[in-house]
Design a protein around this ligand. Structure first.
Ligand code: PEP
Ligand code: MN
Length: 338
């Protein structure tokens, strides 16, 4: 249930609503707007109490039930777009944020080359997996902590914040020591113990869409992070499983406007894992920007032929550079910058 307070309602009236909700056994989350506070009343059986029991309280303007399973990620709870800050970079603002780099950190040299290439082309965040959950146990699983150390070193050298995946709830603190953004992979979108741990920190989290998850399930997973108190949530569409097998996954372009309609959270797109092939990545990336994505997460490798992971879908330095130029033009038409 969402309780909207009147503009500039005094603190005592807000406190009364919170107190009442807590006395009924519910938990609350506050969205402190510039002049209006919105209170989400959360709990399994909010359906059993009448909205009027809150509507009668002084200072309450409006009480609505959120019929969707997700609450804190919804526009009902927060009407204004969330902007996630990573240093002086804003994700979800007018400027598109391009994150690029190799699928996996393979060596310090490889990562440095990648950082140099993507930075020169205009990317502002470096990606690179240190923990690589692979479909097969026989595939390269990543350099793990050594990979995190390379990320930190390259970040220092190039001044690029880094994003890397965390797969284990027990490793959240470790990864958070090295990374600026922690990524939840598609296969872990509903790993609720991982999400609960990530809710306890303040680092921005990229929550990838599960490969067979609906937008509703995705936003409900985001609620785990928000409920824990981590408001720095960035959604990432990376394609879903459909009957179509000419791409690795089917890019759900429509999820971008759907997210924008129903949620305040920023949404970026990973065209690489959807495409599965480098030749398809630029078109999907351009479409994502045209559809309103707040940024892109793209695999770029200094030499894709030698990549240990996902070389087939990684862009070469020159392809990435060309794509960045195209993205700038499309963003310009929409009144956005890169
Ligand atoms: C990745 O970004 O490296 C990755 C493994 O992506 P996904 O979780 O979307 O498959
Ligand atoms: Mn990959």
């Amino acid at each position: 249930m969402i309780v909207e307070m009147r503009k500039r309602a005094p603190q005592a009236e807000i406190d009364d609503v919170v107190l009442k909700a807590k006395s009924l056994g519910f938990s609350v989350q506050l969205n402190l707007g510039t002049d209006k506070t919105v209170i989400a009343i959360l709990g399994g059986n909010t359906g059993q109490i009448s909205p009027d029991s809150f509507a009668v309280l002084p200072g309450v303007e409006n009480v609505t039930r959120i019929m969707k399973p997700y609450k804190l990620a919804s526009r009902e709870f927060k009407a204004r777009n969330t902007v996630v800050k990573v240093g002086d970079i804003s994700i979800g603002g007018n400027k598109l944020v391009i994150m690029a780099g190799p699928c996996a950190v393979e060596s310090q040299k490889q990562l440095e080359e990648a950082a140099k290439i993507v930075k020169a082309a205009g990317a502002v965040i470096l990606r690179g997996g240190a923990f690589k959950p692979r479909s097969s146990p026989f595939s390269f699983q990543g350099l793990e902590q050594t990979g995190l150390e390379y990320l930190q070193e390259v970040k220092r050298k190039f001044g690029l914040p880094v994003v890397t995946e965390v797969v284990d709830p027990h490793q959240v603190a470790l990864v958070a020591r090295y990374a600026d953004i922690l990524q939840v992979g598609a296969r872990n979108m509903q790993n609720f113990s991982l999400l609960t741990e990530l809710g306890k920190i303040k680092h921005p989290v990229i929550l990838k869409r599960g490969l067979a998850s609906t937008v509703t399930e995705w936003l409900t997973a985001a609620d785990y992070l928000l409920a824990g108190g981590n408001n720095n949530v960035i959604l990432c569409e990376r394609g879903i499983r459909t009957f179509e097998d000419s791409t690795r996954f089917s890019m759900d372009i429509s999820s971008i406007p759907v997210i924008k309609r129903f949620s305040h959270l920023p949404v970026i797109v990973d065209p690489s894992h959807a495409a599965g092939h480098y030749s398809l990545v630029p078109a999907i990336a351009r479409a994502a920007v045209a559809a309103g994505a707040d940024g892109l997460l793209i695999e770029v490798h200094p030499n894709p032929k030698e990549a240990l992971v996902d070389g087939l879908q990684s862009l070469t330095p020159s392809d990435f550079k060309r794509l960045m130029g195209e993205i700038k033009s499309i963003a310009g038409v929409l009144g956005r910058e890169v």
